[in-house]
Design a protein around this ligand. Structure first.
Ligand code: PLP
Length: 375
């Protein structure tokens, strides 16, 4: 189901030379976090019909589609808890500005999607970066009691870039801690639609009723349905009525809500008829991940076997011990274009996007194996 997108103005393909320079190898685009698969057809149909028949300010309600999408995933959402927003990072910015003060510490677990850290800094708050260790208990995530002094905790679940799911016990423990400290637990769950067979995603929307008020989930239809070109609507689920009121007011005041066409896209994408499409996409990604895992099992290149997302997180310290920009070096040596770990707070690593043709993943694998052999 995956295709190539050369010549289509896709950033992942047609901006490679600008970003990485020239290369003597055939290029394998595995960086930008979108997928090499057309979105479900009903989305472009819905958008076309919408443009044909509507203009000007609009009233649309995404509530029922959102509630139903989460219900199908055993997650509890009430329409009154939803606040729409034009983007996920825009939503996180509003949350930070509305619920914390300048100079406050905000905890994030590293390595993590760079713009989440950048937006904390842009709001003049202090990122408190805690090394991610999901294999253990909450104590390992709270070294020296660092979490006891922050004004907000931001969790990226599944984790971008490592592709790990957060265990339910840890999400519950964090929610308990946030409840005790009376601070928000903000969960960016935009990659939650990509979970491998036999794995369980535990959303903060599944927290016990007594803890729901402490969590805010940020979601979007853009990642799951490959709609960055529109983009589809983002939204927050805010069970805490006081916070909901405050955030809803700020979003409305600053016109930060999702545009009508984004809402139309979300409603079309979230249709139950697309559950099959998502399953097929997940199956292809999972096959690609198995290929990577098996092909690199004799190396130390892939220490995190991801159980979600369309990323593989590669440790290239042994291959390039002295290199500062590992992604660029990997590109010039092999033609593989990945994202440099430094942008996630982890130099020496590279994130590869495997939501692409198996042929591309296979090519990358062979080149990585050759690099390993040279050691
Ligand atoms: C974890 C995570 N959050 C947020 C975003 C960006 O979302 P948006 O473009 O809606 O701000 C991404 C994009 O890759 C992401 O991976």
């Amino acid at each position: 189901m995956f295709t190539q997108r050369w010549g289509s103005d896709a950033l992942k393909y047609d901006a490679i030379t600008d970003r990485y320079g020239e290369c003597e190898h055939a290029i394998l685009p595995m960086w930008v976090a979108d997928m090499d698969v057309p979105p479900p057809v009903n989305v472009s149909q819905a958008v076309t019909e919408f443009f044909d028949a509507h203009y000007g300010y609009q009233i649309h309600n995404m509530g029922p589609a959102i509630v139903n999408w989460h219900q199908r995933r055993h997650q509890r959402v009430y329409e009154k808890e939803i606040v729409s927003c034009h983007s996920v990072i825009g939503a996180v910015k509003v949350l930070i500005e509305s619920l914390t003060q300048k100079g406050d510490g905000i905890a994030l677990f590293s390595p993590v999607y760079g713009p989440l850290v950048d937006v904390v800094r842009a709001c003049e708050r202090e990122p408190v970066l805690i090394p991610l260790n999901l294999a253990r208990d909450i104590q390992s995530l709270n070294p020296d009691g660092a979490l006891d002094h922050v004004a907000m905790i931001i969790v990226c679940n599944p984790q971008n870039p490592t592709g790990q799911l957060w265990p339910a016990a840890i999400i519950n423990a964090l929610a308990n801690m946030c409840d005790r400290l009376q601070i928000p637990l903000v969960c960016d769950e935009v990659h939650s639609a990509f979970v491998y067979p036999q794995e369980q995603f535990y959303s903060a929307l599944q927290l016990p009723v007594a803890l729901r008020h402490t969590a805010i989930v940020v979601q979007s239809a853009t990642k799951a349905y490959n709609l960055a070109h529109i983009p589809a609507a983002s939204y927050m689920v805010i069970p805490n009525t006081q916070w909901h009121h405050l955030i809803g007011h700020t979003v409305a005041q600053c016109h930060l809500y999702a545009a009508p066409v984004s809402e139309i896209s979300l409603v079309a994408a979230y249709s139950p008829t697309n559950d099959r499409w998502l399953e097929d996409v997940n199956r292809c990604i999972h096959d690609n991940r198995k290929l990577m895992e098996q092909g690199l099992s004799h190396t130390s290149l892939m220490p995190y076997i991801n159980n979600a997302t369309f990323f593989c997180w590669l440790d290239l310290h042994l291959v390039y011990p002295q290199e500062r920009d590992v992604a660029k070096r990997l590109f010039s040596d092999t033609g593989i274009a990945g994202n440099d770990g430094a942008s996630f707070g982890c130099p020496g690593w590279v994130r590869l996007n495997i939501a692409t043709q198996q042929q591309t993943v296979d090519g990358a694998l062979q080149r990585l194996q050759r690099l390993w052999k040279r050691l």
